[in-house]
Design a protein around this ligand. Sequence first.
Ligand code: SF4
Length: 608
Amino acid sequence: MSAKSGYFRKYLHCDLTAGTCERLPLSEEIIAKYIGGRGFGAKLVWDNLKAHNFKIDPLGPENLLVIAPGPLTGVYLPASSKTSYVSISPATGLYGDSSMGGSFGVELRQAGLDCVSIIGAAPELSILFIDDDEEAKIIPMPQLKGKSCLETEGLIKKHLASNDVHVATIGVAGENLVRFACVNCDWSRNAGRTGIGAVMGSKNLKAIVVRGEADLPVADMEGLIQETDTAVRYMREHKYFHVWQQQGLMSVIEYANTQGILPTFNFKATTFPGHDSINGETMLDRYKIGDSACFMCPMSCGNICLVKNGKYTGTVTEGPEYESCAMLGSNLGIDKFDAVLEANRLCDEYGIDTISAGGVIGAVIEGYESGVISLDDLDGQEISWNDDGAILDLLRKMAYREGIGDTLANGAKAIIARWPGMDKLLLQVKGLEQSAYDSRVGASMGLAYATSDIGAHHTRAWTIAKEIEEGANWTPKQKVDLVIYHQTLRPLFDMLGVCRLPWIELGLNERHYEKFFSYVTGKETTLEELLALSNTIYNLTRRINTHLGATRNDDSLPYKVREAPILTGPNAGKKLDAKEFDDMLSLYYKVRGWDENGVPPEEVEAYF
Ligand code: SF4
């Protein structure tokens, strides 16, 4: 095997309780079976679960956190920026992961590592500093307590007297164990979902800091350059390339509104009267002052926005993208883009997931409107749609766990436990608040949310557009096949360590990735072989969940999707039929080779 075959074959294991860090070898078997990124994370989390007899408190020191870029991260190919954060989720109590862009994972690889695993808890607030190939250090920095993500990054750079480091940090939400806290790097690139920020907070780990100088191991650089040049040329010539560069995911607001899938007033409706006040055109006309991009990405989907006048004058933020704008905008009835920008900025500062925050606040507003939540519960402060002052204050109370914010910070399961009526209002699966695409319009999207290993998150299988455009006469089997294909291909991007958006938005052929992988590793591998490995990881994360107590009942649709028809727009009156969904779920299990309760066969487990 060439020394330049895609991997360093090393990972860093840190025990924060013992105060130790050591570089350990990664075996050829693990590399061959799990590829990298999410694959390495799932494997190491599985091994740790077994070692603890499947009894893990997500916020206990025994929970393992894995930070894993992939073999393609940082390499000369489009959008090679992604790093997976993998752990047992405080939001769901089940398997959790989240993907972060930016440059953090690139630097981690340049420090000569394929991944990092962290266990235990430091005695006081600390950072982990990985300085190239020197011994990694756990440095107490209690002075960072209560600092925002951006402030933390600046203070760490000052402390280390270096601007040459990359910082993945939590804000106050992570410190306060908000179960939907995220991890932030490069100002506004986040590992947003499943509460990984709270896992770091529970470990007294404020930040992971890395500086690296190693060349990345690429087996066939000449072949890779040719393939990359072909792919980038295709992307640049795509008819939507410039729209993408101008608006990024903000272009989806108009699409979602026109198609009737835009979350509005806590998913009561799916078209928003104020959509043109919060869409990509408005952003371009009045707020956008610059672009930003993750490492090696010609698409540069990040929008840097500035509020130039009014109540929020001076607010500057990178974002929002579609999910944040929909969940903090239309879903809360907010038709003021400056207020959405301020909410987005605060989420980045607190280190809080915009999707979960928007989902929870929307449910609280509807809960108060319908009498499920009282004025006393709200600490005497009224809240209503489009009331940006009260909404931003509630966001702050969640991050700091003040008043009602203390319960809300514990996430969907705790909210429903305190106010059972919220089960009908808060859209969630397995305890994870639902992303910003209404699934009442497409059964495949409902199935995708319901069967997602991490809960109701769109990136596992975003099938809704294809079903809207082509699926009017699809059979249940066609929908099941589409969901499984997405659940297999999309996690592969996380395993390789690349962004999936060139494939989704510009139609970059997935065959490029088999070539990228082969050139980087020097191992001829077909897309089908890569997909088979990805499918194996999906079975592994399913196994993790079933060992942690998940059953068929956890693959269920939110109440509103089953029982509350959409109120407005082209899809008014639509909801998913519970019986048809249940039949489709059985078919899904069958096609996957799982039993009627969704448990993969024994031999799947033996593979690990
Ligand atoms: Fe980052 Fe956007 Fe490029 Fe993906 S498309 S790598 S999220 S800049």
